[in-house]
Design a protein around this ligand. Structure first.
Ligand code: ASP
Length: 344
């Protein structure tokens, strides 16, 4: 097969796709990558060149953390100029977090960075891994007028391509494990791959920039009826806390109880950025709609619009580590669409 000169870098980080059953415990455990390539001889038929690199430890993605994200970022950065596109093989459990984090850490990227994985190991007869892998590579190498069609970080899973920072894992069972409830799919793979042009990020001419710091001084609190102030305080009073996400009801509503308002005032005085993210999967936070939202607004809580939790926490971790930004700028960016993550 004649190869064109498109080069895609496949980065293997772990996840079910490359796992095998431990014969003693029957648990699924990550394995080395060599067998993975043996399982997919179809890769040799692709018209583009694929090279493979691995992160230092091959992990179940539930074991990931910001250090692993920065290692992955460094791998992409070191190879950015040499490749036309990237495919990251990653466990599906935390894929939406890692992919969202990478989307924030790279500014002005015009290359496709496609995350994929699978629900069944690639060695299993009914695996979803082969199709996911092959199509993700095809998308990462797809060009039009010699420019990549996709110029953003995305997740490809079970025939759909999603904007990474709009995506959540919604099923532990179905092959269709992901959804991007507040944003259209970027592409659908059938007999051919249909790109939804109107939804794609436009390429820009700015220079690509990699940020290499992440703040872990963040926390989140999911509200529930009856939540005790001690529970809230245990989190909101963590030493050195810089950012807090409150997962609220509906369009960003929370109970009107005095201890909550007092605590929010205190957080505001301490300079902790508080972001309001809805527990609903679709729709947007609008703090001015009900009085149960207005009291949050009055305490300087930032409305998160239709952001996913995964994007919200990683955006905060990214922004809080930007030492060149003032407190006010960080607050403003939290309510600005910086990587296509919110609809204003
Ligand atoms: N536990 C696995 C992981 O996230 C699940 C998967 O890959 O789908 O690494």
């Amino acid at each position: 097969m004649m190869k064109d000169n498109t080069k895609v870098l496949l980065i293997y980080t772990g996840g079910t796709i490359g796992m095998m059953e431990d014969l003693e415990t029957t648990n699924l455990r990550p394995f080395d990558f060599k067998h993975l390539l043996d399982e997919v001889p179809e890769l040799k038929k692709l018209e583009l060149e694929v090279e493979v690199k691995e992160t230092k430890s091959i992990i179940d993605s539930s074991n990931t953390n910001p250090e692993v994200w920065l290692e992955l970022l460094a791998l992409i950065k070191a190879n950015y100029e040499a490749y036309d596109g990237f495919v990251v093989l990653h466990g599906s459990d935390t894929m939406a977090y890692t992919a969202s984090a990478i989307s924030f850490l790279i500014e002005n990227s015009n290359k496709p960075i496609i995350f994929t994985g699978s629900q069944l190991p690639i060695g299993k007869l009914r695996t979803d891994g082969k199709e996911n892998l092959i199509t993700a590579i095809e998308i990462a190498g797809a060009k039009e007028n010699s420019r990549p069609i996709i110029s953003e970080v995305a997740i490809y899973f079970e025939y759909n391509l999603y904007r990474a920072n709009r995506t959540s894992k919604v099923s532990a069972e179905n092959f269709e494990a992901f959804q991007s409830p507040n944003y259209p799919v970027l592409a659908e793979a059938g007999v051919s791959i249909k790109y939804n042009r109107f939804a794609l990020k436009k390429a820009n001419e700015e220079r690509v920039q990699f940020r290499n710091k992440i703040s872990e001084d963040v926390a989140s609190i999911k509200l529930f009826p009856g939540i005790r102030k001690e529970v809230f305080w245990a989190i909101s009073r963590i030493k050195d806390l810089k950012g807090l996400i409150i997962e609220t009801y509906g369009s960003g509503n929370a109970p009107m109880i005095s201890w909550l308002d007092d605590e929010l005032k205190l957080l505001n005085e301490k300079g902790v950025l508080v972001l309001n993210v809805s527990q609903c999967l679709t729709g947007s936070v609008s703090q001015a709609k009900y009085e149960t939202g207005q009291h949050l607004q009055n305490n300087n809580v930032i409305g998160g619009y239709d952001i996913t939790f995964e994007a919200a926490i990683t955006k905060m971790m990214y922004l809080l580590a930007c030492d060149d930004l003032s407190h006010e700028e960080k607050r403003n960016y939290l309510q600005t669409n910086i990587r296509g993550e919110i609809t204003l």
